[in-house]
Every structure is written in structure tokens, then in C-alpha cells.
Design a protein around this ligand. Structure first.
Ligand code: ADP
Ligand code: MG
Length: 238
């Protein structure tokens, strides 16, 4: 399978501080790949590095065959690498509609934007239902849906999701991951998702990586990892 995203020996951090080291990750076309790991392992730092928002010391980031390691963040977005941060990064005093459409602000293809909005509204019925409601007044689960919808409006080819289920009740978590699968099925999108809920992530992902103290400690097929003794002991707690 051709890689949509290839991360090669990426070492990165903040200024002089190194947080992740020699990280190798690949995401194939239409694949859902998860990165799990404990708090503080460097998962968010890795996502920020992919977007050009942290300090990369060495290694490469390749998007669909093109090296983007040194591009500024917005150029990566234009090329189709889009990161959805936690839901609290929505504009709380803007409406649901305005938040969703803000994802398309760099796009000029008006026809296609309208088409994509239709697709996103169909995927997340909440968007039309709460179109004029201020985003800050939505429930946590609803805000997460809006955040993902906004990312989809940027027309990603590879969608990066940083802990989409954080702070949500179990039912809302499950719903978010159902939507992630639906997005892949409908659009063939490649998705890299960082998640603390290891059980949910491994059930959803085709493949997964375990990041521990800034390094890839394990990798494999999602369900295989889910059933591995070490993962169960360290991350599932059974
Ligand atoms: N802006 C920053 N400057 C310096 N260190 C940071 C910054 N953000 C996070 N860190 C440190 O990087 C490490 C990894 O954090 P993070 O990437 O957020 O982990 P995770 O997302 O896996 O919980 C932590 O030790 C954290 O304190
Ligand atoms: Mg994090």
C-alpha cells in the first residue's frame, strides 16, 4: 500500500529540549492508524511536529511522496495535512456554522466547499440542528463533532486527530470513534489518531503504535496489540 504519510526517524521537541526520538510511523491510503501511550509520552508533541508547530531536530515528514519537513504549518494544511486539536480550541463565541466553515477559510473552490459542507452536515446531523448555537454552549461530545467537522472542511488528505475522546463520557467516546470509521469508509481518508483510551483506539485502528517516553516501543495490527499481554497489562488494566 502506498504511504500517504511517512514519518522517518523524527526527533523533535521544544527549542533545545528533545521530547520524541527516532519516531517512525506510516499511514497508508485509507488507513486508520492509532498512536497510544501514557500521559506525557510525547503524543501531542509528535502531532505538533508533523504540522511544523514544534522544533524538528532531525528526520523527515513525507506527505504522499513529497517531503514537507520544513514547510510552514499553513502550507501543510493546503497540501492536505490537517490537525484537529482538542475540542476546547473551537471558537466558543462563534456559531456552530461559523466554526465549521472556518475550516475552509483558505479555500477558494466555492462550489466544492458547499458540497463538502453538505457531506459534513450529513455525517454530523448536530451541525444543522445546532447551526446557530454558540459553540461554547454545546456538550463536550458535540464540540468534538464540530471540531472534526471543521477539520474536514479543510479538505484533508491525511487527518490528524489528537485525543478526540478526551473528557467525554463513554457513550460519546464510542460515537466519536464510530464517526472516525464512517469518515474513512465514505471518503477513503487516511487518519492518524492519538488516543489515551487504548481499548477504543485499538478496536478502531487498522494498525497502531505505542509511544513511550518519546520512542516507539511497539507496533502492530490494532486487534493484535489489543490482545497482547503487555498492552493489556499496561494500558487496558485487565
Ligand atoms: N511547549 C512546551 N515546552 C516544553 N515542553 C513541553 C511543551 N509542551 C509539552 N512539553 C513537554 O513534553 C512532554 C510530552 O508532552 P506531550 O507531547 O503533551 O505528551 P502527551 O500528549 O503524550 O501527553 C512533557 O514532558 C511535557 O511537559
Ligand atoms: Mg497530548
Amino acid at each position: 500500500m502506498a504511504d500517504m504519510l511517512t514519518v522517518e526517524k523524527l526527533t523533535a521537541g521544544y527549542g533545545p529540549v528533545t521530547i520524541i526520538e527516532d519516531v517512525d510511523i506510516r499511514v497508508g491510503k485509507g488507513e486508520i492508524v492509532a498512536v497510544i501511550g501514557p500521559n506525557g509520552a510525547g503524543k501531542t508533541t509528535m502531532m505538533l511536529s508533523l504540522m511544523g508547530l514544534a522544533t524538528v531536530k532531525s528526520g523527515r515528514v513525507v506527505l504522499d511522496g513529497e517531503e514537507i519537513t520544513k514547510l510552514p504549518p499553513y502550507e501543510r494544511v493546503v497540501k492536505g495535512l490537517v490537525l484537529s486539536l482538542e475540542r476546547r480550541r473551537l471558537f466558543p463565541d462563534m456559531t456552530v456554522y461559523e466554526n465549521v466553515m472556518s475550516g475552509a477559510y483558505r479555500r477558494k473552490d466555492k462550489e466544492k466547499i458547499r458540497e463538502d459542507y453538505g457531506m459534513v452536515a450529513q455525517l454530523f446531523p448536530i451541525i444543522e440542528k445546532r447551526r446557530r448555537q454558540l459553540a461554547g454552549t454545546l456538550s463536550g461530545g458535540e464540540q468534538q463533532m464540530v471540531a472534526i467537522a471543521r477539520a474536514l472542511m479543510s479538505k484533508p488528505r491525511v487527518l490528524l486527530l489528537d485525543e478526540p475522546s478526551v473528557g467525554l463520557a463513554p457513550i460519546a467516546r464510542r460515537m466519536v470513534f464510530e464517526k472516525i470509521k464512517e469518515i474513512r469508509e465514505r471518503q477513503g481518508l487516511s487518519i492518524l489518531v492519538v488516543e489515551q483510551d487504548a481499548s477504543l483506539a485499538l478496536q478502531t485502528a487498522d494498525r497502531a503504535y505505542v509511544l513511550e517516553q518519546g520512542r516507539i516501543a511497539m507496533e502492530g495490527v490494532g486487534l493484535a496489540l489489543l490482545n497482547s499481554e503487555k498492552i493489556r497489562q499496561s494500558y487496558i488494566g485487565i
